[in-house]
Design a protein around this ligand. Sequence first.
Ligand code: PCA
Length: 205
Amino acid sequence: MPAILILAGFEPFRGERINPSWEIARRLDAEVIGGLRIKSLRVPVGCARAARLITGAIARWQPRAVIGLGEAGGRPAISLERIAINLADERGALAKSGDPGFTPVVRGGPDAYFSRLPLRAIIRELDRKDIPASVSLTAGAYACNALMYAALHSLRRKPGVPVGFIHLPYEARQARRHRNLPSMALATMENAVRIAIAETARSIG
Ligand code: PCA
């Protein structure tokens, strides 16, 4: 039995009909890439719910790697997240409201965790394939950050398990509803995710 890689993707939110992250996660479900069998996980858009779901899935499947995918509408490129913070903005509105309230993803957890994906190798491969991508210094404080943080926290005592998060732009049809915002074709994003998985598998050896 090949080892498992959990590939999480989110449900559509904020009035969108699709979320590219789930579209891609579900396309790759049950495939084996670089010796890892992909187990896709559909995640509801809420900090506490996302954190609970990924924590339970990790306990159940004992994965060899975990990659979360999410939509970051408006970003022009694939974003490899470098940092997850222990801050849960349950309605995704803190930044706009200016509310200094603080709810942690995990009570008593450290302030932040760093991605454990081979970011440099992934960027190099994406560059080689001419897929726009960059490393991002914030996954925000909403459900995507909560999922990344909770996954890294769950696996804090297994440092050999790569864990990280990738934000995706709007898919081309979604972008029509958001005039002038950047987008990327689903097929290109799928390619990028395949590359990230292959490089992650390679980093395990
Ligand atoms: N993006 C949001 C939540 C779900 C998603 O796909 C985020 O960046 O937190």
